[in-house]
Write a protein that binds this ligand. Structure first.
Ligand SMILES: Nc1ncnc2c1ncn2[C@@H]1O[C@H](COP(=O)(O)OP(=O)(O)O)[C@@H](O)[C@H]1O
Ligand SMILES: [Mg+2]
Length: 267
């Protein structure tokens, strides 16, 4: 029984398409299945549809075609309480952190709890002692316990992203979606963030899907890579089978060349 659960599929996209304004085909016929506990990187050039893919999954945008199943439920068109369930169970990490800068670190982390609360206690900022304890534990896990009462705008980028991760964990998500989580960070802060995400995935078994601009980072951290070009999945498989030729196909540009060179120099 436990064994069965360990191998369960948490996310399935069936023939998913997204057309913006009836003209821009951002995603076309996307078929993806993700098992619980996977750490998957999504790569592809700018404008390929990576952000749209993550936003369709947590329903920040509505797919115009196909079906999305999350944790066994069809969430493609859910609204109200069911949509809130989707948003609570999928934590989102953004390139620019999306914190409330004038609020403290701990307040931002507690915001992760809002989806679990009644509107009223959320509005008046009421959190239980247990929730506050949990928020401190999470901050501690991310090495931020001593920053809890700082305003977010006093933090470095790497620290802000750790607050973003802490807020996502506070939601008690099944799935964490990261949209270019390290694109605004220097290499050493980027490594710290990637190590935390990987550790969360491994120790808490939270499934992670990351849009990454850096192919070398994707190759280093994930066993599985999904390559998207012009809205289509052109690669979905083990990282070790992703060769140079395939990376070129995914990027279709000099950008790919550049990144491959970096990759070959590193690791
Ligand atoms: N809100 C939107 N309205 C119209 N077009 C959009 C919107 N968001 C993204 N697009 C277009 O959809 C395509 C995919 O964008 P996006 O998902 O942001 O790609 P990526 O994250 O890979 O850079 C691009 O052509 C982009 O211009
Ligand atoms: Mg994007």
């Amino acid at each position: 029984m436990d064994q069965e659960k360990q191998n369960s599929t948490i996310l399935t996209l069936k023939k998913v398409g997204k057309t913006y304004d009836n003209t821009v085909h951002a995603l076309q016929d996307v078929n993806i299945s993700v098992e619980e506990g996977e750490f998957v990187s999504v790569i592809g050039p700018s404008g390929a549809g990576k952000s749209t893919l993550l936003r369709c999954i947590n329903r920040l945008v509505d797919a115009t075609e196909g079906e999305i199943l999350f944790d066994g439920r069809d969430i493609t068109h859910v609204t109200g309480k069911d949509l809130r369930w989707v948003r609570t169970r999928t934590g989102m990490i953004f390139q620019h952190y999306n914190l409330v800068n004038r609020l403290s670190v701990i307040e931002n982390v507690l915001h992760g709890r809002l989806g679990h609360k009644s509107t009223l206690s959320g509005v008046v900022g009421y959190y239980t002692e247990a929730e506050k304890e949990q928020a401190f534990e999470i901050l501690d896990r991310l090495g931020l316990a001593d920053q809890a009462y700082k305003r977010c705008d006093e933090l470095s980028g790497g620290q802000m992203q750790r607050v973003g991760i802490a807020r996502a964990l506070m939601q008690e998500p099944r799935l964490i979606l990261c949209d270019e989580p390290i694109a605004s960070l220097d290499p050493s802060s980027a490594r710290v963030i990637m190590d935390y995400l990987k550790a969360i995935n491994e120790t808490m078994r939270i499934t992670c899907i990351l849009n990454l601009h850096q192919v070398d980072v994707a190759l280093k951290y994930s066993e599985r890579v999904i390559g998207i070009t012009a809205g289509c999945v052109v690669y979905d498989g083990l990282t070790e089978n992703l060769d140079k030729k395939k990376i070129h196909e995914i990027y279709q540009s000099e950008e790919g060349q550049l990144i491959i060179d970096v990759d070959e120099g590193g690791k």
